[in-house]
Structures are given as C-alpha cells and as structure tokens.
Write a protein that binds this ligand. Sequence first.
Ligand SMILES: [Zn+2]
Length: 414
Amino acid sequence: MRMDNLIVRSDCIVTCNYNSDIIDGYIFISDGKIKAIGKGDAPAEYCDEATDYIDARGETITPGLIDSHTHLIHGGSRENELSLKLKGVPYLEILKMGGGILSTVASTRKASKEELKDKGKKSLDQMLIHGTTTIEAKTGYGLDLETEVKCLEAAAELNQEHAVDIVNTYLGAHAVPEEYKGNAEGYMAFMMDEVMPYVAENKLAEFMDVFCEKGVFSPEQSRVLMEAAKKLGYKLKIHADEIVPLKGAELASEMKAISADHLLAISEEGIDAMSKEKVTAVLLPGTSFYLMLGKYADARKMIDRGVRVAIATDYNPGSCPTENLQGMMTYACFGMRLLPEEIIRAMTIHAAYAIDRAEEIGSIEVGKRGDLVIFKAPNLDYIIYHFGINHVDKVIKHGKVVVENGNLIEGVKS
Ligand SMILES: [Zn+2]
C-alpha cells in the first residue's frame, strides 16, 4: 500500500508548541503523522517522498481544533423554549411543563441508536467544517443503563465511521432521573453498582464526569462517585463551581481529576489548587453567552495564576446548541478578553491536556498526529478579528484532506 506523504507550505504556521510558536515554513506528514517541520521550503529529500503538496502561503495553519467538552449524543431539540426564556419564564417552570433536560432525556430514551447516530453525524460534520478534528463526548441524557449504553455505543461507532475522533465520557451523574426523584442516594447506588462497572468492563468510556452543583450532586456525593469511578479505572472530570461556589475545583484537585469544567464561581483556593495539581480548567463561554448570564469565568485570573485553560463549546440542546468551536473564539476574546495566542492554545494543546491526549495531538510537532486546519486568513489575529464567519479553507485529518474549500469531502475516514 502506498503511504500518503503530504507537504504543506505556509508563511504562518501556528504550532501551539511553546518552543517554536509561529513559523514561515513547511510541515511534512507521512503515514498520518508529522514527520518534519521546519523553516522555509521543504528540503529535497521530503519533496522526493511527497505524494501531495499544498501551497497555503497567505493562509494560517493551526493544529486541528479540539473540543474538550460536548454533549454530542442526544435526541430532539428545544427551540420551543427560546421564546419562553426571552419572556422571562423561569427554568423551573419550563421543567414543570415537561421541557428542559427532562424533555431531552425523554427524546433520547425514545430514539433508536441509528437515529442518535444520524443526528450525531450531522453534528460531527458541522464540527469538522468549522475546524474541529477531535472531541470529547459525554452521555447524560439517558441516565438509565440501556440508554446510557446506547449513547456510548453510538459515539463509539461514530468514532470508527467519521473523520472526527471521539473520546467518550460517562456522565450518568448529570441529573437525578424522574424514576429516582427525591432519592439521589438510590440513583447513585444504581450508577455505582450497575452502570459504572458495565461501562468500564466493556470499555465504553474513558472518563467519568459528575455535575457537582447545588440541587444536583453535592460535593460529598460527587466525591463518593469519583472515588468509585477511580477504583474502576476511569479518569475523572467534573462540572464544578458553575453557579454556586461549592469548592468543586478543590475537590477536582484533591481527586487528581484531568479537568474541572465551567468554574464561573471558582474560589481563590480553588484556583491555586488547580494550578498546583495541574488540573486543566475547561471554560465554556458560549454557555455564559447563551444563558445571558452577563458574566464569564475569570480566565484571565486563572491563566495569570498558572492554571492551564482550555475553551470548549459545551455543545448541548439546552444551554449551548452550537457545534462551532471557532465561534467560541469570539466569546473567549470579547467576553473573557483572552489574547488570540491564548485562545488558540485553549482549543488545541490545552484542550488535548483536558482529554489526556497531549502526547498525540494539540500541537504541530514531530511525532504528533497530522491533524491541521488551514484558515483563509493571513494571520491568527485576523481569524478572531473578522468574527462570525467560518474561515476554514481545508481540514487535514491523519494527513488526509477531509474538508476542501470549506466543504466536507464525504466518505473520507482518515
Ligand atoms: Zn456540560
């Protein structure tokens, strides 16, 4: 079989590697991996080996974007709640009317695996044409064993069939389902005795996540779930300190979680603990925007205190229905006031840390996967400055072109 060897030439390669930063040069990808990167034109030895050449001078190249927090698999949509929300109907009222998360749980339970996969594929296509090449995908809209497993299997199959790579997270602890109403302890026992062992044994999820929030799972309950998950071999994530400061960041640090996510209400001690334990902060500015909170997580303070910050979409049907990670650059810049170089790292190398993939992806370095985005933009600043449009020209996954001139090339599984 012929190996694919690709050379890409650009005068603006944003490596997201702290040692080289931005270079005018070439990238040589062989057999899906980055084999060489250097200044100027590619040397003759690589040109001889190359089977394809892309001249992207005048354009900007970054590592493939990584969306480190999504709720990819779910049934239905909730646009009917939009006007209610704008008219000021409280979320609890919407819940009483059968809306909110309960309606998504009902739609997800009702949907077949094929239906969930069809919807998931459409989302993955959108992600890819906006530059995302790897995502994390959480469950949490099934809650019962059968539906959670159906969702994890749907994501695992899509991972095999689609160019976007998917890392699975079990988030049964997203909400207490109707059948356990008023009995969170009973639901926790069910997760720990039945679902978590089954999911672990069948290698359906790498991470376990818990929604630690007032009225959902308390820090004490979250700790019990995280300890049980750790024993079963899961890596840990936590939805922490989103609305009420509950010391979720401290808990994440103590439990050596890979990431703590949301963090609008993080404490000073929580910032220090995450910095010390190198827990990645996954911030979700699209959710702040969409919920009209009028405030964002304090990314500036976290970065200045040494916390590694990632930015993700939080793609979900309730609080952030968008697959477009490139769009999050707008909120990270104009909402959180992060600099373009901080924003791109938050969606590449730092996002790779958030899903424990920093050895393989997230920067343009020798030995890493050949995942690149070529933007129709002369420099990084321009992508964020000229906001609200899709700047993607090409997406390269495992060394293969999967998006060309902004359009998906159907059927390419890299
Ligand atoms: Zn979430």
